[in-house]
Design a protein. Sequence first.
Length: 506
Amino acid sequence: MSKKRALIFAGGGIKVAFQAGVLQVWLDEANLEFDLADGASGGTFNLAMWCQGMSGTTIADNWRNLDPIDGVDLNWQQYIKLFYARSLFTLDKYKERIFPQWGLDWDQIRASQREATFNVYNFTKHELEVLTPAQMDADWLGACVSLPMWFPPVEKHGQTYIDPVYYTDANLEEAIKRGADELWIPWTVSEQGVWHDGFVANYFQIIETAANGNLKRDLRRIEENNAALAAGKPGLYGRHIEVKLLKAEVPLHYLINFSQDRLIEAVNLGVKVGREWCQQQGIPLNDGAEYATAVHAAQTKLQFTEEMKGFVTLGASNYDEGFRQGRQQGTSLMFHLDIKIDGVNRFIENPRHEAAAEGYVQCDALGGRLPVEMGIFNLFVHDDDPTHKKMLYRLFLRNAQGEPLTLSGYKDIQDDPGLDVWQDTTTLFTTIYRGHIGVEAEAQAEILAQGIIHIHLLDFLHQLMTFRVEGPTLADKSAAFARFGKLFMGSLWDVYAREILAYGPF
């Protein structure tokens, strides 16, 4: 008998833009089919689109094309009440603008043949209620995401409804009750576990407490059920339940975000992580588009020049030793690079933030001035933790004898005690490898030299004067430069200003 597969549209505020990127992969590239679905909180946005029959790419593009400013609606008439205000914002503009922009058709959703459940909390009765597509409309969807304080509760049939996040952010029990054997869960609620002071931080940390705590409780029940079945006992659910859980730390605040670029990057991060997850799970994929979006149609380019200088030592075993010995021995190394971004849209919206690097490396110990045959630069990339980022450099060279070399370097961007942003962004930990190698081959490659190079203050001031932007119009060029600046400063915010807000709003 075939297994019944459920797609869990877990909540996470607007972090569910990442979830939409995963759906692009699961639904369109992996061609996965689901027998039923359940949604809670922000995940109900994506569930509504799924019920209507939209493809994963369409759902993802709806988030890519969303300007978050369009949904901001201040409940300013309540502000005179100060601490007794009903809410800070309303969802009216979502109902009037965003839902139609997404193409939500309530007649189609109510007529959907897909089995689905929308969770909402009935505050009047203090009960979780589960709605089917046949019951849904714009007001009910608003009720599913009406987070207290931020949005007003929704009054329906003389009763008061709010977001169910404090009760559940992923109703696994409902999916299991409806016969699901497999639960596919893209999870975006942060699990960093670092407590920050301040009212806004506290509010969302309480949500993380409820959401993560309830999820882990449900997962433990499933584990206990499966263990009981394996031991020949009936188990809580009477059948084996398989969990397919994809988790990610998404560099986007749950609600406070005014940047369309951040939304797009979150979607595209979902695509990237979704593809990697499927490969790890052995799930075959069709070829998918890179990260297509028509939000910014103007073709723009940006470039700047960077010079770094320092010391390396042949045969050194670590960076600090290579720098100290190199300074004593006079084995200096510097590079002069032109960083060229051919397509600012692609650069900003792709989570790898990749550009070409052209120029030369000067190191007498390696044979003098060595032209860069091919160079790659990545700005502010992260693996699992967006609060710890790196700038990456990979330069393919040849020494005086024509032998291939690779310079691999990274700047380590993390918030250590003290004011370290300057040191982090101007210090490159540098390794010279024999051969032209990619990052996947570094562990087995032969290291020729290691050390550290820096940007000096005068060189940095000169670098600021080298920025050049190309584009069809002055407005396009100005917008491209501003977007690059927001990416740069916003990424620094994610690392160094988390005590103010978990992720930069711009």
